[in-house]
Design a protein around this ligand. Structure first.
Ligand code: AMP
Ligand code: GLY
Length: 450
């Protein structure tokens, strides 16, 4: 059994670890953007290269003849790497380009949900660039009126293509007037031809990822991410500073019907994608949800594992991940193939001190504890190993440290203690997974729903 893993980050290390645990003992052939020490320790072969250089990936695939491929990040999936690998006869656990539009185009997804009667979107409108030069003015006016009258001034503007999570601007946070919103929307329109303007939702966000093989959609534990850089949800947005899951595979602020509704939305969306694109979705469907006053709404979809979400979820998977991947590809996936340990997890990301604003610490040494208890994991991200085995920081997130426990409190303590032992110019968010921060989410929901 040989698996080609195309990846870039701590999510890739978590995927590699889940593959490695399989009783099928696969050889892992890794194509990775950096010399990731975690993936290196698990892979039989490691190719450090640009993961958008598809010709080189094809070369590696031809030479190593893997049984199947797994693609981790959004960029190669969005650019159609799964189509290329499948065309050359390599079965791939990632959706094809047309299906990955669920992540690459916010407008596509909003229209898909509407067309298929999935009532999970906020009010929205997609604006498209017209060839007519007279039209630009009219579009500005239309946008202004839409925000002012339809959305009563509470709005979000979304760049309609992949932009590393930086294309979304929210009124009251990044945009201080309707004029500013219209100006940003016009910029988006100029750059990518399409922009989504939608209602600003108030609530608590969470992620629900599913394994999808056509019409078979199997949910994973619900996760909450923390996007802001600093304690108490302050500072700029990041790729995600940490995440937690609860032992009941839900989250403390979700009702049973919230979770059931989010699962149903993922199932309906997978079905809608199959109808729309004429072929089955095979891979991970990541629903970004928000629990609001009267239920659950979709913020966005991603066509891959989340990072850090995968770091919480994959260590809990107690069944064979290689079989899960193979069955997603073959269309034979069944519910009994996916089981999760009923434990809580807390992941805290170690990041360079100046992340995400600057990369001042790039190249500096970082030292991780060597004694890792069995109820913890360290997943390495943007970090490189030199010829002497020393570890050096990249500019982005360094490593996700995960605690696994019977309760959230236990999992948090394990993660916190290990994070505190890391030496170097790094920081992490102590508040993630704590009772105080979780209570704040509960308070928001209580306030909204009472
Ligand atoms: P996205 O890239 O669509 O996940 O958006 C990034 C972030 O923007 C989300 O995690 C939310 O915090 C925020 N956001 C996106 N859409 C909305 C919305 N309709 N209402 C409120 N916040 C939103
Ligand atoms: N956790 C956010 C993401 O993976 O996009």
């Amino acid at each position: 059994m040989r698996v080609l893993l195309i990846t870039s980050s701590a999510r890739g290390h978590a995927i590699a670890e889940a593959l490695h645990r399989s009783p099928q003992k696969p050889e892992i052939i890794s194509v990775c953007v950096n010399k990731n020490p975690g993936i290196r320790s698990l892979a039989t072969e490691m190719h450090v290269q640009d993961i958008m250089d598809f010709d080189k990936i094809i070369e590696v695939a031809k030479k190593t003849t893997p049984d199947f491929a797994v693609i981790g990040p959004d960029d190669p999936i969005g650019a159609g790497l799964a189509d290329i690998l499948e065309e050359m006869g390599l079965p791939t656990m990632a959706p094809k380009k047309s299906l990955a539009q669920v992540e690459t185009s916010k407008g596509f997804t909003r229209r898909l949900l509407k067309k298929h009667g999935i009532g999970a979107s906020p009010k929205f409108q997609v604006f498209e660039k017209s060839d007519n030069s007279q039209r630009a003015l009219t579009i500005e006016q239309e946008m202004y009126t839409y925000i002012d009258q339809e959305l009563q001034g509470d709005y979000v503007v979304k760049y309609d293509a992949l932009r590393g999570g930086k294309g979304v601007k929210v009124s009251g946070e990044h945009l201080q007037s309707i004029d500013q919103g219209v100006q940003y929307a016009i910029e988006c329109l100029e750059e990518c031809g399409r922009v989504v303007i939608e209602e600003k939702l108030i609530g608590v966000e969470f992620s629900l990822l599913s394994f999808v093989s056509g019409k078979t959609v199997i949910g994973m534990p619900a996760v909450q991410d923390h996007k802001r850089a600093y304690e108490d949800d302050t500072g700029p947005n990041t790729g995600g500073m940490g995440t937690y899951t609860d032992a009941n595979l839900s989250l403390p602020f979700l009702s049973a019907s919230d979770l059931a509704r989010a699962s149903e939305i993922n199932r309906l969306t997978a079905e809608a994608l199959m109808k729309e694109c004429g072929e089955p979705y095979k891979g991970i469907l990541y629903g970004g949800f928000i629990a609001v006053k009267d239920g659950v709404k979709v913020i966005e979809y991603n066509a891959r594992f989340g990072d850090p979400e995968a770091l919480n979820i994959l260590p809990l998977l107690s069944t064979d991940f290689v079989s899960v991947c193979q069955s997603i590809i073959s269309g034979d996936l069944t519910q009994d193939m996916v089981r999760f340990e009923k434990k809580a997890t807390v992941c805290k990301y170690i990041v360079p001190k100046s992340y995400p604003e600057r990369k001042d610490e790039k190249g500096m040494e970082v030292i991780f504890p060597t004694e890792i208890p069995s109820n913890a994991r360290i997943f390495f991200g943007d970090i490189s190993e030199d010829e002497h085995g020393a570890l050096h920081l990249g500019g982005s997130r360094t490593a996700g440290i995960v605690g696994v426990g019977k309760t959230l409190a236990e999992a948090e303590k394990i993660a916190q203690e290990l994070c505190s032992q890391v030496q170097g110019p790094v920081r992490f968010r102590s508040d993630i997974g704590t009772h105080e921060l979780i209570q704040k989410r509960l308070d928001v929901m209580k306030h909204l729903r009472n």
